[in-house]
Design a protein around this ligand. Structure first.
Ligand SMILES: [Zn+2]
Length: 169
């Protein structure tokens, strides 16, 4: 397991540093209930810099896909992500500026900013609250299982059929 990268957000942004890497989806504990499974990894890139008003910011991109749990059929819903965002570094001086942050998200000015956690924040914002397949792609569990005989519903149907047969004899 690779170490979680920590950055000093102020230094990182003012020096215009860059960091890229990937995070296993299994690291995103807060996504837990939304996930069908924690397979795969997301790619991210963080670049430090300043905005047009010379405020320190982090530009972040996150790409990849997560396997969400379809709320209708409980099947796997592959959800592609392509996130681009600017995070304002909230240093002491800019806290008075909070009203001027516009619609930008902020990151605290700390020496131990957890990059994976920032990535997770963005993923949480990007995924739907109640993910669902499109109507024509959503299949009941019987179909999704591939082998109808293996599904609990098929087993129930078979049982019902047997009972029916017995009742008739
Ligand atoms: Zn579905």
């Amino acid at each position: 397991m690779s170490a979680r990268p920590l950055i000093d957000s102020v230094e990182f942004a003012s020096a215009g540093e860059q960091l890229s890497g990937s995070v296993p989806v299994s690291e995103f504990a807060r996504l837990g209930d939304s996930l069908h499974d924690a397979a795969g990894a997301l790619q991210f890139e963080v670049k430090g810099g300043r905005d047009s008003r010379q405020r320190l910011r982090l530009h972040m991109t996150v790409t990849g896909k997560v396997d969400l749990l379809c709320q209708r059929c409980l099947g796997k819903l592959i959800y592609p992500l392509s996130i681009q965002t600017n995070l304002l570094v909230l240093s002491n001086g800019s806290e008075a500026d909070t009203g001027e942050i516009d619609d930008l998200d902020g990151v605290p000015a700390t020496a131990q900013t957890d990059v994976w956690s920032l990535v997770e924040d963005e993923v949480m914002l990007a995924i739907p609250l109640a993910p669902r397949h499109a109507e024509d792609q959503c299949s009941p569990a019987v179909k999704a299982a591939g082998d109808p005989a293996a599904s609990p519903f098929a087993a129930l149907a078979k049982l019902a059929q047997e009972l029916n047969t017995k009742n008739r004899t």
